[in-house]
Design a protein around this ligand. Structure first.
Ligand code: HEM
Length: 398
């Protein structure tokens, strides 16, 4: 639906000046529920964006890339990582995206990467078990497992999983540096330079001798060096936290719902369902930006051209219009599409990496390796809204 009229008092988006970033970080869901009920598209001064919180409006945005551009002006992600596919529109986006295809397809995951995920799960589970009961599953297992998988898929044979974790966190902090903190920029710039140096060292080696990795694919697809660097850094930032966080969230949800855990253990086909419900329940990427290219009606309001949006898929995934009793983790709920992996042209390129490494490998191995795994008396903590996941997940076992 389009409108050429100026926004009038009745269809101008309301201002939600009661929303505070600290509250979003602690628990965004009551805020999303109120925003959705009051107006699913509202101007939120604290974040400098129109926040979109209903399933329908988020879906509308994902299906209309001409009106809702990913190429946001003055994007902090571009400043932190360079201009990757995630901030390009088609047809430029498709050039970069096509280069990723062969490495991340289900066939390649099955033939090349599943055995890597298995090896890494066994290695980091053994290290975690050695830390003893009471240890933090998030830092002790989920983080190094996700980082090492990504290191190998991307082909950083000249870096460690610890480098990947540091680069990922500092580059992400740069993309969210709305406070313009110089220390945050300095750390992001240092990681960017380290990652660039690692890429530059590998480019000639992979041109001469291609292999199955992502870096080899983009080098041999003929992408320019700035495009290679930007896409690699975006993937370091966007391919580590999410599998780490869904692993923690799914484990926490199952440990908090023993009857559902018993169901999954009795029927291993349900690990995939447990994973999908975990990304629905707590979307690891809770919000991503878009910018309007024209005046448009959405969610009952009119937005001007050039409006900066926050597409809150974390909120869309808890919209009661789409999901019954949405605040509950329930793997027996009616199967319906969720938006945790986005949609349209930018639909996540790493879904099969995430599904296979977490649902098919890590979760079953975790619950098989640690007998009577249970939550520790020290409470688990979760946080975030742009990215959301466990901050700490202390567990005990026999
Ligand atoms: C549970 C895990 C994951 C979730 C929930 C997730 C979520 C998302 C979402 C929501 C987007 C779209 C963002 C936007 O439109 O602005 C996206 C894009 C992307 N993801 Fe993932 N992701 C996950 C894992 C991964 C992994 C493991 C990788 C890499 C191995 C990866 C690589 C990418 C890439 C390259 C894009 C950009 C696609 C494009 O612009 O065409 N993701 N992801």
């Amino acid at each position: 639906m389009t409108s050429t009229a100026q926004p009038t008092a009745s269809d101008a988006p309301p201002v939600a000046d009661w929303v505070r970033i600290e509250d979003l970080y602690d628990d965004p869901y009551p805020i999303y529920a109120r925003l959705r009920a009051e107006s699913p598209v509202a101007w939120v001064p604290a974040v400098g964006r129109y926040m979109v919180t209903s399933f329908e409006a988020c879906h509308q945005i994902e299906q209309d890339a001409e009106t809702f551009s990913a190429d946001e002006e003055s994007s902090l992600m571009k400043r932190s990582m360079g201009h990757s596919m995630l901030r390009k529109d088609d047809p430029e986006h498709q050039v970069d995206r096509a280069a990723y295809g062969p490495v991340l397809r289900p066939k390649a995951i099955k033939e090349t990467w599943t055995s890597v995920f298995e090896k890494n799960a066994e290695k980091y589970l053994a290290a975690f078990a050695a830390q003893g009961p009471g240890s933090d599953l998030h830092l002790g297992f989920a983080a190094p497992f996700a980082a090492e998988n990504l290191r190998e898929i991307m082909g950083f044979r000249n870096a460690t999983q610890e480098d990947m974790q540091r680069w990922s966190q500092t580059l992400i902090d740069g993309t969210g540096n709305y406070a313009d903190d110089p220390e945050v920029w300095a750390k992001a710039a240092a990681s960017s330079a380290e990652a660039d140096a690692a890429i530059d060292e590998l480019v000639p080696l992979l041109s001469a001798e291609p292999d199955a990795t992502l870096l080899s694919a983009v080098v041999n697809a003929g992408l320019t060096l700035p495009a290679i660097r930007a896409n690699m850094k975006m993937t370091i930032g966007g391919g580590l936290n999410e599998p780490r966080d869904v692993l923690g969230t799914a484990a926490w949800a199952l440990l908090s719902n023993p009857e559902q855990l018993a169901q999954v253990v009795a029927d291993p086909g349900l690990w995939a369902v447990a994973f999908e419900e975990a990304v629905r329940w707590v979307a690891p990427i809770g919000m991503y930006p878009r910018q309007t290219t024209r005046e448009v009606e959405i969610g009952g309001v009119t937005l001007p051209a050039g409006a900066r949006l926050g597409v809150n898929i974390g909120a869309a995934n808890r919209d009661p219009v789409q999901f019954e009793d949405p605040e509950a983790y329930n793997l027996n709920r009616e199967k319906k599409p969720h938006l945790a992996f986005g949609g349209g042209a930018h639909f996540c390129a790493g879904t099969w990496v995430a599904r296979t490494s977490v649902a098919h490998v890590a979760l079953p191995k975790l619950f098989a390796a640690l007998p009577n795994l249970r939550l520790s008396t020290r409470p688990a903590r979760e946080g975030g809204w742009v990215f959301r996941g466990m901050l700490e997940l202390p567990v005990d076992w026999d």
